[in-house]
Design a protein around this ligand. Structure first.
Ligand code: SIN
Ligand code: MN
Length: 204
């Protein structure tokens, strides 16, 4: 337990499981309606390639939608059952009963990063119940920032490695978090990956 409601499950996914997830993520992000670099409100570009499953998170409206209205209008593919089952197991390890219906896949290249933010665009019932966000890291190690519920709160740095799961729900659900950088060349060689996939699961 990293904090009330937050758990870091190091090396939760074994290497063969990581390989299977990476193969699936690659096929999705390079496939039709694959990954794109979102432009956020205010016109800035994110520093990741993203694809959403289950529901699309619109970076202009901060709402979840059935199609990619901010980009190409593509309909959203469902969350693969194997992904959802893995996330539910991770959540259960951390004490949460959770049935995810959204998975965001983010790809971080050598310059990938994500500013400090809260995840608060899911349904109000989901957030007020403290249903968690479940994160799975694959590939290069990330410097993950985990703060408090106010932007100015102090921030811890956690090195999330390939296979690590991180869960934040309950009183930690609205804690600020982000990725300051990734560490190129740190992925397990068996993955054949230069960069990092991160999957975040939520229940709308
Ligand atoms: C996110 O906050 O959506 C991504 C976190 C991460 O990449 O570890
Ligand atoms: Mn987030």
């Amino acid at each position: 337990m990293v904090a009330q409601g937050a758990a870091w499950l190091k090396q939760y996914v074994p290497l063969d499981g990581q390989q299977a997830l990476v193969a699936r993520c690659r096929a999705i992000i390079d496939g039709p309606a694959g990954g794109y670099v979102p432009t956020v409100r205010g016109g800035g570009k994110m520093h990741v390639r993203m694809v959403c499953l289950g529901r699309h998170w619109n970076p202009l409206t901060y709402r979840y939608e059935a199609t990619r209205a901010d980009y190409d209008g593509s309909p959203v593919a469902p969350v693969p059952e194997a992904f959802a089952a893995l996330a539910a197991r991770v959540a259960q390890e951390a004490g949460f009963i959770f049935r995810p219906d959204i998975c965001l896949i983010n790809w971080y290249g050598p310059d990938g990063r994500m500013g400090l933010h809260q995840d608060k665009d899911e349904g109000s019932e989901s957030i007020s119940a403290g249903l968690p966000v479940v994160s799975i890291s694959l590939g290069d190690t990330a410097r993950f920032l985990f703060g408090g519920v106010r932007r100015r709160d102090p921030v811890d740095t956690l090195l999330l490695e390939s296979g690590d799961a991180f869960v934040f729900g309950g009183p930690a659900r609205l804690r600020y978090h982000g990725v300051s950088r990734i560490m190129p060349g740190t992925a397990p060689p068996a993955l054949g990956l230069e960069g990092r996939f991160n999957l975040t699961f939520r229940q709308f």
